[in-house]
Design a protein around this ligand. Sequence first.
Ligand code: EPU
Length: 338
Amino acid sequence: MNLQHHVSLKAYNTFGIPAKAETFVSATSVQELKEALSHPDYPNPFILGGGSNMLFKRDIDGLVVHVALKGIKIVDEDDNHVWVEVAAGENWHQFVMYCVEHGYGGVENLALIPGNTGTAPVQNIGAYGVELKDVFHACTAIDRNSLKERNFSLADCNFGYRESVFKNELKDRFVITSVTFKLTKANHQLHTEYGAIQQTLEDEEITHPGIKDIANAVIAIRSSKLPDPKELGNSGSFFKNPIISREQFERLQETFPQMPHYVISDTDIKIPAGWLIEQAGFKGKRYGDAGVHKNQALVLVNYGNATGAEIWDLALRVKKEVQEQFGIIIEPEVNIIE
Ligand code: EPU
């Protein structure tokens, strides 16, 4: 195991926060990962995947284990489907592109989401009408206590909107090593209902889209709204879209008739947090090197040298203002490392 000391994590988190790891190791095999998890000098190491959904407010004492397992392989196949097992350290978008190139359908709407495949199930990543759970077959994970490997089925994962068992009952208990997806080889179920996708396909005059057209449309939409973490540090949506009661929604609608919303059930309405934040006046605002993105108010950005604490201060300011103006509490989607 190649342990390094005093390593900057700036390149390992998409927010580009210069937190430091006291000790750092990149685990490139399951064996190495188990050794790192049971290192006698470093109890309870910190696990790092693609670093695309975390905000470091502090340095990390002890050991940071970077999960760098690689490999994509087909494990089963029938006339219509293919089951693909992807190692946890594979970049998510590269995996999506692999599927598009091979004609495997199911993940094309999830193009350009930052992060690694192994952490994608933790918050059930989703975009443009598709969530990871729709293509998830199973995953393998190491129990941090026993070092035994365990297989999780779709039902075991308890997926919800940006939720899974790995964020709740089993938080910090398992390290995912691989994820198996069930994808289509034929009769692809395309999801084009999302307005922006339809518009992009129309603009391109594509009447019979294939999975590559959908991926290209999603890439175009995301690139126009969401900042590329390589150019501007960010973690995608910083907040979750809040769900409020129908009564509260109807009261708010009297004052804000144009408030966008999605009906979740008879009693629950989801409001786009980006709209609330924009209405609260934060879109495009910058405080030092911490800011609210100019094209999508749900995304907080690091203009270069912001600290995690500065981004968090801005998040709290946004949260407070939204609560004062709308009486709605918005919660971070990003994992805050306190
Ligand atoms: N809106 C505004 N101002 C803004 C942003 C949004 O008014 O600055 C309003 C608009 O009315 C817009 C609506 O909010 O029509 C929805 O915006 P958008 O389509 O951009 O989607 P979102 O609800 O803001 C969610 C996900 C994104 C995902 C998109 C598309 C969450 C927390 N975010 O954003 O996920 O890409 O839908 O499906 O659910 C991520 O999780 O990192 C992420 C980017």
